[in-house]
Design a protein around this ligand. Structure first.
Ligand SMILES: Cc1cc2nc3c(=O)[nH]c(=O)nc-3n(C[C@H](O)[C@H](O)[C@H](O)COP(=O)(O)OP(=O)(O)OC[C@H]3O[C@@H](n4cnc5c(N)ncnc54)[C@H](O)[C@@H]3O)c2cc1C
Length: 400
């Protein structure tokens, strides 16, 4: 049991660790936590070049769901959702995890077909899923415009009632606090700039605070993973894009579920505090600047207003972007790399917040046992040469 007022130490880096995790976002912190908790590995450091959760972890729109089409995806996201269901208690921290239901809207016949197919696939995989027609959507979320004269008429929706949101910064702090309490060193302001290889094995990382020897190195750097891997001589099939989100001024409770529309790239929920939290589709170009183009927000707002005319006089408070790492099949890459001792967890793109506990769990297990966790096995890097892709791109153009 940790002291409620104490978050974590700020230790100086030690000269060597059994495992060095690169990146102090949700995935890096969850990996450290489960390494300690599930595998008793505590000679572990998380190296973060900025501050904990300064990347995508506290920039995302916090949507949590597990209703993915393909078996491999449903398995890992459902594992994660089950962990979410006990996480506030386990971490002894109020994560404001709210299972208020996630609607995925259908706007044309092909969306309807895809949605119904996904509901059936989800049920076969033990994932809760329902199909709602337009009237039922209106009943579930009364402020949605279901007029058939809209540019993107609502023809129905999938509903996952166990889906919802959580407060992302609380999740990061809770994981950090527990990892720290187990003895993990969380080192902020420490950028990894290169890798020391002995033969084909990684033996140390070079950092802005000196050399740190490592038994194993685990990348968890989201949008910067391909840049880092290249420094170890590995080219990863990842593209980094800005992804933008925004919040409105605070409102009285008006929206008590999550609404997503893949066709128009709108996803919206109302945070506990009262602001509407909305996200856009990715900015199409590659970038490492945490900002995006105004035109993307403009197009997204136009579509959002058509779905929710009631928001027409709401003011936007602020917008921002994160840098997401998108793989060719819009699915993650988890496991060993061609360099011995170097592991990767990346490619979660626009949808990795919901995976935070699940990814941390399977990545920690993979690191501890030097072989992919069964849920990670389909996500091996070699699928891009064998062709065994898990094509969530085709199944869900937006994967938040
Ligand atoms: C606007 C937006 C909306 C999103 N909405 C959702 C959503 O609704 N639901 C959902 O499930 N997902 C969503 N996502 C995706 C989700 O945020 C990411 O997939 C997930 O956060 C990635 O894992 P992470 O938290 O570890 O990443 P990050 O928090 O980005 O962690 C990576 C860390 O690595 C650090 N780093 C990078 N290079 C180095 C280096 N050389 N040395 C040391 N440290 C380094 C970075 O500073 C960063 O802190 C969204 C993302 C964005 C940007």
């Amino acid at each position: 049991m940790t002291h409620p007022d104490f978050l974590w130490r700020n230790p100086e880096p030690r000269p060597a660790y059994d495992v060095v995790i690169v990146g102090g976002g949700g995935h890096g912190l969850a990996t450290a936590y489960y390494l300690a908790k599930n595998h008793g590995l505590t000679n572990v450091a998380v190296l973060e070049r900025g501050w904990l959760a300064g990347g995508n972890m506290a920039r995302n729109t916090t949507i949590i769901r597990s209703n993915y089409l393909w078996d491999e995806s449903a398995a890992i996201y459902e594992h994660s959702l089950k962990l979410w269901e006990g996480l506030s208690d386990e971490l002894d921290y109020d994560l404001q995890f709210s299972q208020r239901g996630v609607l995925n809207l259908a706007h044309n016949l092909s969306d309807v077909r895809e949605g119904r197919r996904r509901v059936n696939a989800n049920r076969l995989n033990g994932v809760d899923a329902e199909w709602l027609d337009a009237d039922e959507v209106k009943k579930f979320c009364p402020i949605i415009n279901v007029s058939d004269r809209a540019r993107y008429p609502v023809m129905g929706a999938t509903l996952q009632r166990r889906g919802g949101i959580a407060k992302h910064d609380h999740v990061a702090w809770a994981l950090a606090r527990q990892a720290d309490a187990c003895g993990v060193d969380l080192i902020q302001g420490c950028e990894v700039t290169g890798f020391e290889l002995t033969g084909n094995r990684v033996t140390a990382v070079e950092t802005s605070r000196g050399r740190i020897a490592a038994g194993k190195v685990a990348l968890a750097a989201a949008g910067h993973t391909s840049v880092l891997a290249e420094r170890a001589g590995i080219r990863l099939p990842l593209q980094s894009h800005p992804l933008q989100a925004l919040v409105s001024e605070l409102l009285e409770p008006v929206l008590d579920c999550v609404v997503m529309s893949n066709a128009v790239h709108v996803y919206v929920s109302q945070a506990h505090k009262g602001e509407l939290v909305m996200g856009a589709g990715i900015d199409a170009y590659n970038s490492y600047g945490q900002r995006g183009g105004v035109h993307v927000i403009e197009a997204q707002m136009a579509a959002a207003l058509e779905l929710f005319p009631v928001f027409s006089r709401v003011r936007v408070l602020r917008t921002w972007a994160g840098i997401v790492d998108v793989s060719p099949d819009a699915s993650p890459i988890i496991g060993p790399t061609p360099v011995d001792g170097l592991y990767v967890n990346a490619g979660w793109g626009t949808g990795g917040f919901k995976a935070t506990p699940g990814a941390g769990w399977v990545y920690a297990d993979t690191l501890a046992h030097d072989r992919p966790h069964p849920l990670a096995q389909p996500y091996a890097l070699d699928r891009f040469t064998t062709g065994a892709l898990i094509d969530e791109h085709g199944a869900a153009a937006v994967a938040h």
